[in-house]
Design a protein around this ligand. Structure first.
Ligand SMILES: Cc1cc2nc3c(=O)[nH]c(=O)nc-3n(C[C@H](O)[C@H](O)[C@H](O)COP(=O)(O)O)c2cc1C
Length: 330
């Protein structure tokens, strides 16, 4: 009997497939569909610190009197915060009531300020864990990398002081030392790390000379970047759980991330492009692979090809590129 169960953030999942935070996890109806299709857990669509602030600014701008009267401004700020937060609490409790899979709340944030006071409410509404999507694009050439890293750990520490549920941090790939960054997160209390968030990317339209947003969906080749860092981080920071994310478009990609040491994989673009029905084919591929290798449980092969476990760990390092060319030139 093949058993796909896995533990992520201390939660028991029936399989290592987690629906990543997105519009697909933004309503109880959609979450129910994912659960019926066999997903192991869901990360709810994020509540955005940025979104709350933008709503406040646009309402204040609509009526200049709101700016003239500080009380009106305060009222609007509190109204929006309460409304946005309450809608989110409804989503958490609705998702928990409608099914039996773990529900991970998600916050997209850039600071350790006001929103952290909501974290306890998310826990009270029934969230099994909390994922922090800490999003910061540095544009100031005088800003030191250490200051930016400190922002991540400050947000995390503040949230950890508010909640007792497990907390994971979803990071982007722009860190000068990813393993060191993950280690810092672990030391500051993170139970998990999601590698990686995929940012909204710019493109240029040559016929109009305009800057435009590129496709929001990943392509399968992007999972190889994730693979390298999952292999390295699972070896260097073994105490933290890893959710591999970006470019996971089929069951084989899931198997590879597990072999590199991930606890789970997160799916987003694949679900948008192919629909929830694709989950069963992921499960079949993983089951088939396990049968082929006579693996009874995920633990039988998780991390088997991580950085420290393989005989030629240099493949995880940049030298593979040099090797490729030197062999080709022979
Ligand atoms: C339409 C769309 C909406 C998304 N919304 C969120 C979000 O609310 N919060 C978040 O943390 N990530 C969000 N993401 C990022 C995904 O969770 C995921 O990290 C990213 O798409 C990479 O995974 P993929 O290659 O499977 O798409 C969104 C992605 C897409 C395409």
């Amino acid at each position: 009997m093949t058993n796909l169960e896995t533990i992520y953030l201390g939660l028991k999942l029936k399989n290592p497939l987690v629906a990543a935070s997105s519009g697909l996890t933004g309503s109880t109806g959609k979450i129910k569909d994912l659960e019926e299709a066999g997903i192991g857990a869901v990360v709810l669509k994020s509540v955005f610190e940025e979104q709350i602030n933008n709503e406040i600014t646009s309402l204040l701008r609509k009526n200049p009197q709101n700016i003239a009267y500080p009380e009106a401004g305060d009222y609007i700020r509190n109204y929006i915060r309460d409304n946005t937060a309450n809608k989110y609490l409804d989503l958490i409790s609705g998702a928990k009531k409608s099914g039996g899979i773990p529900v991970i709340a998600s916050v997209n944030c850039v600071s350790a300020s006001e929103w952290t006071t909501f974290a306890k409410d998310f826990e009270n509404a029934g969230a099994d864990a909390l994922e922090l999507n800490i999003f910061y694009v540095p544009v100031d050439c005088h800003e030191e990398p250490g200051e930016i890293e400190q922002l991540y750990t400050e947000v995390l520490s503040k949230v950890k002081s508010e909640v007792s549920i497990p907390v994971s941090v979803k990071i982007g790939l722009y860190h000068s030392n990813i393993t060191a960054m993950v280690y810092k997160l672990k030391v500051n209390g993170a139970e998990g790390v999601v590698m990686f968030n995929r940012f909204y990317e710019p493109d240029i339209k040559l016929n109009t000379l305009e800057l435009i947003p590129a496709s929001v969906y990943s392509v399968p080749a992007e999972s190889r970047h994730t693979l390298r860092w999952v292999g390295l981080v699972s070896s260097e920071v073994p105490e933290i759980d890893i959710a591999a994310s970006t470019g996971i478009h089929d069951g084989q990609a899931v198997i590879k991330q597990l072999l590199a040491g991930a606890q789970v994989t997160q799916l987003c673009s694949a679900l948008y492009i192919k629909g929830a029905g694709v989950i069963s084919s992921f499960i079949s591929e993983i089951t088939e692979f396990m049968k082929q290798w006579n693996f009874k449980r995920i633990e039988d092969f998780r991390g088997r090809l991580s950085y420290k476990k393989i005989s030629d760990p240099l493949i995880y390092e940049r030298s593979q590129f040099m090797k490729y060319f030197s062999e080709k030139d022979k």
